[in-house]
Design a protein around this ligand. Structure first.
Ligand SMILES: [Zn+2]
Length: 379
């Protein structure tokens, strides 16, 4: 059995931690960490949900299913989240990953119904195309305060970093600085939350589970957050057409359309946003926005200054539609455009070869055709 216990909020220098112990009772833990924690600037200590283990259930559930151990939470969990985990989430995890087995999940009790709700409507500011599209739609262009974003978040949970790797930490610091500058220009607060959830990546490919780490960060702040927009990677058609191709590979692209609505609790809703657009349409929507020109950041490689390398898959799939729109030079300040130019012909050829098989190659070929831009012998 895996047991989660000893939930506490405590000061750690200038930070405050929400922390719980994780204990493997019937096997030796293969992980060096003895606790799971979330960490914020101590000014924001009131945002942590220290009356609930909700933030400590998803990654432990994955580990329990992976190691074929039951999971017990020695404390209170949201009744809604527990119900969804017990009846639906485990089945989705099993469908996604062959290595997982259903387990028993038990809790001591349930959190009390909320007496008041947080006022934050938030989203992440990774600087990626999906994130900026959501911010543009639901902050810049949103008039209804019921839906309008009023805070941004940067979660250091392994989406673009390795736990304990100082080289990556430098990249995270540079990207955080850029996110804070963007938030300041937008006139929004930007909260940085650090966690050690990605220390539990040692036994598996982290891309499979990093999204549930991200959702867990939101749940850790459910005293403050009432709604949180989760920017989607795919549009609705791509979810249907390509979802199964990401089985055993990328959880968000496999199942986020039906997983995300199951993750909230009585205080916090997670809303999947952006499925109405292809990625190229999001890029077209934000391409002339000064915030995008200054802060667009999609790269998944290490760069010393945190900028876009211009050569990785994420950079290439962003730069090709920018070239198609004639906007490459507008983004020379944030991408290594010269590096892109050395890779572009090969990448375009690959897109044509992968047409119908890869979602982003397919939409880039379609986008070229829609704009009368020749990228080879495409349809
Ligand atoms: Zn890159």
């Amino acid at each position: 059995m895996i047991e989660i216990s000893n939930l506490r909020k405590h000061a750690k220098g200038d930070a405050v931690r929400l922390e719980a112990r994780i204990k493997f009772l019937d096997m030796t833990s293969p992980y060096p960490e003895k606790t799971i924690y979330f960490e914020l600037d101590k000014k924001y200590a009131h945002m942590f949900a220290d009356d609930s283990y909700d933030a400590f259930i998803l990654i432990p559930l994955w580990l329990a299913m992976l190691h074929k151990q039951d999971l017990h939470i020695c404390g209170a969990v949201s009744k809604k989240l527990y119900h969804n985990v017990k009846w639906y989430v485990q089945k989705i995890f099993c469908d996604f990953c062959d290595a997982l087995t259903p387990v028993n999940v038990t809790v001591d009790n349930f959190t009390d119904p909320p007496k008041k709700y947080g006022k934050i409507i938030g989203t992440g500011i990774s600087g990626g195309v999906d994130s900026l599209s959501t911010i543009q739609d639901h902050f810049v262009n949103e008039r209804d305060t019921h839906f309008k974003i009023n805070a941004l978040f940067y979660f250091n949970c392994g989406t673009r970093s390795d736990f304990g790797d100082e080289k990556w930490q430098e990249t995270v610091s540079n990207r955080l600085a850029s996110a804070k500058l963007a938030a300041k220009e937008l006139g929004l607060p930007c909260y940085y939350l650090n966690t050690n959830l990605h220390a539990f990546r040692k036994m598996q490919d982290w891309t499979k589970v990093l999204y549930i780490a991200n959702y867990s960060c939101v749940l850790s702040l459910s005293r403050a957050i009432s709604s949180y927009y989760v920017p989607s990677g795919f549009n609705y058609q791509q979810m249907k057409k390509f979802g199964n191709r990401f089985r055993n590979n990328d959880m968000a692209e496999f199942c986020e359309s039906y997983l995300v609505p199951l993750i909230g609790n009585e205080r916090t809703d997670l809303i999947l946003d952006g499925g109405q657009y292809r990625r190229v349409d999001k890029l077209k929507k934000i391409v002339d926005w000064d915030i995008a020109k200054k802060y667009l950041n999609v790269c998944n490689r290490y760069t010393a200054d945190g900028s876009n390398c211009g050569a990785c898959d994420k950079c290439l799939m962003t730069l090709l539609p920018l070239e198609i729109m004639g906007k490459l030079d507008d983004y020379a300040g944030v991408f290594d455009v010269e590096e892109y130019r050395t890779k572009a012909e090969d990448y375009k050829r690959q897109c044509v070869e992968k047409y119908g098989k890869s979602p982003f190659s397919t939409e880039n070929v379609d986008f070229a055709k829609e704009n009368n831009f020749i990228i080879g012998t495409s349809k």
